[in-house]
Design a protein around this ligand. Structure first.
Ligand SMILES: NC(=O)c1ccc[n+]([C@@H]2O[C@H](COP(=O)([O-])OP(=O)(O)OC[C@H]3O[C@@H](n4cnc5c(N)ncnc54)[C@H](OP(=O)(O)O)[C@@H]3O)[C@@H](O)[C@H]2O)c1
Length: 182
């Protein structure tokens, strides 16, 4: 099963401030032309399930509105987690390990998962279960915050697939993971 990461980071590798704020990302998005989504819609059109960490899900909820339509979305938490009742029925919670979850989703016919949230991405990477990573680098250095990457048991080797510099200052880089270390 294909398991992709598609995320924006500061130049120093943070996905959010320590308190979870992404004001810097929202401000940067203002620099982009209104019709430029840096490939997000095209990427989402290939996805049949989103696997999202509980922190990211709660941040999404705090924005109000719902931008995922009836796309299947699984909120990962290690504790029992109640999905708010107003959510579409396609939103469910899971405490399965990354391997068990992907095995189940694959058996259910899923082909391409989008893994979102820093700690969640790290747990999939540690399990050797990320197939490709697209990072949109935002031209800002935050100095501290929530990192995209964390400890790994062994080096994770990547193959560079593409890079693109946008006129308004973003740089998007895409890698395939070539050496899951399991
Ligand atoms: N820059 C961007 O493009 C971007 C994209 C997405 C998110 N963000 C930001 O990132 C922040 C959230 O990232 P984050 O690093 O805090 O974490 P996260 O991955 O969104 O959420 C972490 C939580 O997910 C659950 N979890 C993670 N791995 C799990 C596993 N293997 N099994 C079971 N549960 C698991 C745990 O929930 P429990 O604690 O409930 O057990 C964990 O505390 C938000 O502030 C958001 O703004 C930024």
């Amino acid at each position: 099963m294909k398991t992709s990461v598609f995320i924006a980071t500061s130049l120093d590798g943070y996905i959010a401030r320590n308190d979870g704020a992404i004001d810097w990302l929202n401000a940067a998005n203002e620099m982009a032309p209104p019709d430029e989504d840096c490939g997000y819609a095209a990427f989402m059109s290939t996805i049949d399930v989103i696997i999202m960490g509980r922190n990211t899900f709660e941040l999404v909820l705090s924005f109000g509105g719902w931008h995922y339509g009836d796309k299947r979305l699984i909120v990962l938490s290690r504790k029992p987690y109640a999905i708010p009742v107003h959510m579409p029925k396609t939103v469910t919670a899971s405490s399965e390990s990354p391997a068990a979850l992907l095995q189940r989703l694959s058996a259910e016919g899923a082909i391409h998962a989008y893994v979102d949230g820093g700690l969640t991405i790290q747990s999939f990477l540690q399990a050797g279960l990320v197939t490709d990573i697209t990072i949109t680098l935002i031209p800002v250095i935050l100095g501290e915050g929530k990192p995209l990457f964390g400890p790994v048991a062994a080096d994770v080797h990547l193959r560079s697939i593409s890079s693109h510099r946008y006129d308004f200052g973003f740089v998007q880089i895409k890698y395939a993971v070539v050496s899951p270390f399991r």
